[in-house]
Design a protein around this ligand. Structure first.
Ligand SMILES: *Cc1c(COP(=O)(O)O)cnc(C)c1O
Length: 387
């Protein structure tokens, strides 16, 4: 069982701490390659895992044709599109639901720009939980359809994503629901750090030199840093990789903060990039991202929409990996980092491909979608249906 010894607050995040040592790291050799392999470094008690969908254990691909195309002989793709709903949001969803099941709770909530919502809807459906999801009013129809098909209740919040987060968190307080909000529940970071643990094992218990990841709200990158740092703390690795964070040029608050320069108005325009998964104006754990990038000796880079679309094409044509623009941002960022001399071509580099577009068959079930800007609207919607 993961022995959590306490938690520390750094850069606005609550980070769980363990009694670190080599005994927390799984032994080399067989055993199911899933996220639960790292349960000694997760805040879980013993006993069988109840979460029913397969989670973690995603492939680390050598992508030989991509290596040739970029002239990077030690490049790897960590393919997080292989989860139940094709994005890295599946890991956090799984651990938060597992914890909720163990605590006997029946409803999970999150606010989301899209992928976390779909992951939560499907994960809750599989686990027999009710999902109440808060999205901004301009959430894609396709994602609404996926959520309602999975039986989730969706609340469209007119004031946008930040207001959706506030409402979801107020519902947690008021109704005692399970909180899947990214960057808020420390379990989300714990789950996402397992990507780093897997990469280290998949490289033969070695650290990469450089890890490239997209940055929206920031937990993906901050959690990678925590995972790598814990391997060092456990005494099984000597040093962390450099972390390179990637944002879209049209929404790059953290790239500008890292450079110490003010963003132009057209660099803070989340609606105008194809990479909706990382278009976050006020990243929930932005300070933790900057600290992780700085302490690892890494960098932040911004990429244009055309660079993002080129990366989508390159991943498909040289690696056979389908990615949405936000999912391909790491590859676009790596190309930019190579040009700027931030990464050497011969280094061992891992690019994290975070998600693939999934299409819905059909349209949203309107009976499960309501507009809400107060908790009373939520109460009212649930008052009309048998709980
Ligand atoms: C959420 C998401 C990201 C960004 O992750 P954060 O943890 O919010 O920084 C990147 N790519 C895809 C596909 C995502 O869904």
């Amino acid at each position: 069982m993961g022995r959590v010894t306490g938690s520390v607050r750094t850069a606005g995040c609550e980070w769980l701490q363990y009694d670190y040592g080599p005994g927390l790291v799984p032994e080399e050799g067989p055993g199911p390659f899933t996220m639960w392999r790292y349960r000694h470094l997760l805040p879980m008690s013993d006993g069988p895992v109840r979460y029913p969908l397969p989670i973690g254990g995603t492939p680390l691909l050598p992508a030989p044709a991509l290596r040739v195309a970029l002239g990077t002989p030690s490049l790897w793709i960590k393919d997080e599109t292989r989860g139940p709903t094709a994005s890295n949001k599946d890991r956090a969803t799984a651990l938060v639901i597992e914890d909720g099941l163990r605590r006997g709770l029946d409803t999970i909530t999150t606010a989301s720009t899209g992928n976390a919502a779909v992951a939560t809807a499907f994960g809750a459906a599989a686990a027999g939980m009710r999902a109440a999801i808060f999205v901004s009013i301009d959430c894609q129809e396709d994602k609404l359809a996926l959520m309602t098909q999975a039986g989730a209740w969706v609340f469209q919040v007119p004031d946008g994503y930040a207001a959706a987060v506030d409402l979801s968190r107020a519902a947690v307080e008021e109704f005692g629901w399970v909180d899947r909000n990214t960057g808020v529940n420390p379990l989300t970071t714990e789950a996402k750090k397992t990507v780093a643990l897997e990469i280290w094992e998949q490289l033969g218990r070695r650290m990469p030199d450089v890890m490239v990841a997209p940055v929206g709200d920031g937990p993906t990158l901050a959690a990678l840093e925590k995972g790598f740092a814990e391997l060092v703390a456990c005494g099984v690795a000597a040093s962390k990789p450099r972390l390179v964070g990637v944002q879209a040029r049209a929404c790059q608050p953290l790239v500008r903060a890292w450079q110490g320069t003010d963003p132009a108005p057209d660099e803070l325009d989340p609606g105008s990039t194809v990479a909706d998964g990382i278009a976050v104006l006020r990243p929930a754990v932005g300070d933790a991202v900057l600290q992780a990038v700085r302490s690892s000796g890494g960098a932040m880079v911004a990429v244009s929409d055309s660079e993002l679309m080129d990366a989508v094409g390159l991943l498909a044509s040289t690696a056979g990996v389908g990615a949405e623009p936000a999912g391909a941002a790491s590859l676009a960022g790596l190309r930019s980092a190579l040009r700027e001399g931030l990464v050497n071509r011969n280094e061992t580099v891992v690019v994290l491909v975070t998600g693939r577009e999934i299409k819905a068959a059909g349209s949203p079930s309107r009976g499960r979608v309501a507009v809400a800007d107060r908790l009373d609207d939520v109460r009212q919607a649930f008052g009309r249906v048998p709980l």
